[in-house]
Design a protein around this ligand. Structure first.
Ligand code: SF4
Length: 490
């Protein structure tokens, strides 16, 4: 990291500590301080957007920041800023860009990997259920992937599975060794205990996205009797130790309205969740349950609800499919992330089980250059409408074409589902979603245009006010100088 970056990181850390002392008073002050640094007014619209947040203690984001500052352990707070914001985002971006140019392939921001396919639960419709249950990546292999990733500028590592906490000793060891990285683990949380919560609070760079499917009825329906109770206990334990966590929820035909409701979100906030990650059900494998697929009306409902939640609730939620507009569509194939399953197959995405290479036989950079990743690179975005981002769910003909052209093989070791069989299951739903997505996209573009015009007007007005204030100040000091000069003459 360059000296300038190190200095910037130290300054930001000191400001976070200042903010902690009295968030209500210091938040607007800090915003003004940052605004003054932006002499050229490059970020004026961002400051306009942040102003109501900083000044209004009842604003949902203001409440969220205060909750985070009040309830997060010192180590977790430090690592959120230094590892998540700086190391994984700001200071490593140029390294990734250089590597992408040098190797002619996508270099992702994050790597999602499965330490194990083993799981202590048996959830209905889980994609991980399709992997060979004996598959595992040992500590040395995970460590090797992280070491190779850091050389390419990747500092964000996400675990899925299987249940990653089956290997919690290794996860803690990796977080300790790579104390400059940030780790997020999807987890059913049933293996969280006092010792794990304490260690996470001390390390600060390992947080959980806890899988929950709604309230007790919905969660236990998919995850098994008694799971919900254990999840709630884990949340209480993490909150007590100041470890931030989020929820991860799959919405499907039978729970969408419940998990999108105010009651559900309010409950998650009250338990201490700081972020929430929504997924939708994807029909992978021979045992896929097509009746679980969310209807186009339910997907539209979630599109609107996620935006409402972001405007009103003190939690950051995102929707893996309906937020494509913020990331130019699909983020797989190394453009922002990739997936390595427990057998070591390097796949474009956790939901796309096709690959040409295995990490046991290849370096990370070789796997990023494999044919299926190149297909992703040259075909993204898969649709101009980013509300239809997915080559499987929304544009199945694209996935068929890429898998066939690249010669990638199925990585579902149990049932080796070929791409024609898989995409046949999403043909109908993709056609049903298309007209709905077009309507929403048009609506979104009109709103965006109106918002941009409003922000530009506001920024111009503010610049004018600043110019006037500056002129007034200059006039005042000139008058003062004249009066002083007159006094001297007398
Ligand atoms: S392949 Fe589909 S599910 Fe995976 S990142 Fe792309 S859009 Fe999302």
């Amino acid at each position: 990291m360059s000296l300038t970056m190190r200095l910037a990181k130290n300054v930001v850390m000191s400001k976070v500590n200042y903010l902690k002392e009295n968030p209500e008073k210091n938040m607007p002050e800090l915003l003004e301080w940052a605004r003054k640094l932006d002499v050229a007014g490059k970020f004026s619209s961002a400051f306009e957007a942040l102003e109501p947040i900083a000044k209004d203690p009842n604003n949902n984001w203001n409440i969220m920041v205060r909750n985070l500052l009040k309830e997060t352990s010192p180590a977790c707070m430090t690592k959120l800023v230094s590892n998540l914001a700086f190391n994984s985002e700001i200071s490593s971006m140029s390294v990734r860009e250089k590597a992408a140019k040098k190797y002619g392939c996508n270099i992702p921001w994050a790597i999602l990997m499965d330490p194990t396919a083993a799981c202590n639960l048996h959830c209905t419709g889980c994609w991980a259920a399709e992997y060979q249950k004996t598959a595992n990546m040992d500590y040395d292999l995970l460590d090797r992937i992280i070491n190779e990733g850091k050389k390419l500028g990747i500092y964000m590592y996400i675990y899925s599975g299987g249940e990653p906490l089956v290997r919690k000793a290794d996860l803690l060891k990796l977080a300790k060794k790579h104390s400059d990285c940030f780790f997020l683990s999807f987890s059913n949380a049933t293996l969280v205990d006092e010792e794990f919560a304490k260690a996470s609070a001390e390390l600060g760079n390992l947080v959980l996205a806890i899988s929950v499917e709604g309230f007790e009825k919905e969660t236990d329906m998919r995850r098994g009797q008694g799971t919900y109770k254990k999840v709630i206990e884990a949340m209480d334990l993490l909150k007590a130790h100041g470890v931030p966590f989020g929820f991860s929820t799959c919405y499907h035909r039978y729970n969408t309205e419940v998990v999108g409701s105010d009651e559900y979100i309010d409950f998650m906030v009250s338990k201490g969740a700081r972020f929430g990650w929504y997924f939708t059900y994807i029909p992978l494998g021979k045992d896929a349950q097509l009746d679980l697929l969310a209807t186009p009306e339910q997907r539209t409902y979630m599109y609107r609800r996620v935006r409402e939640i972001r405007e009103t609730k003190p939690i950051f939620v995102l929707d893996f499919w309906n937020d494509g507009e913020y990331v130019k569509g699909c983020i797989a194939g190394g453009s922002s992330y990739l997936h390595i399953n427990a057998a070591g197959d390097v796949e474009p995405c956790a939901f796309i089980h096709y690959s040409n290479m295995n990490i046991h036989d290849h370096s990370l950079i070789e796997t990023l250059q494999q044919p299926i990743f190149k297909e992703y690179q040259s075909n993204q975005p898969f649709n101009e409408n980013h509300l239809r981002p997915c080559p499987l769910l929304d544009n199945p003909e694209k996935l068929r074409m890429m898998v066939q052209r690249s010669g990638a093989h199925s990585t579902q070791l149990l049932d080796e589902e070929d791409v024609v069989t898989l995409t046949a299951k999403t043909e109908d739903i993709s056609k049903q979603w298309a007209p709905q997505a077009e309507k929403l996209w048009q609506e979104r573009n009109e709103k965006l245009k109106a918002d941009q015009e409003k922000a530009a007007q506001k920024a111009a007005q503010r610049a004018e006010e600043r110019r006037a204030a500056k002129g007034k100040k200059a006039k005042g000091s000139a008058q003062k100088e004249v009066s002083e000069a007159e006094g001297d003459t007398k």
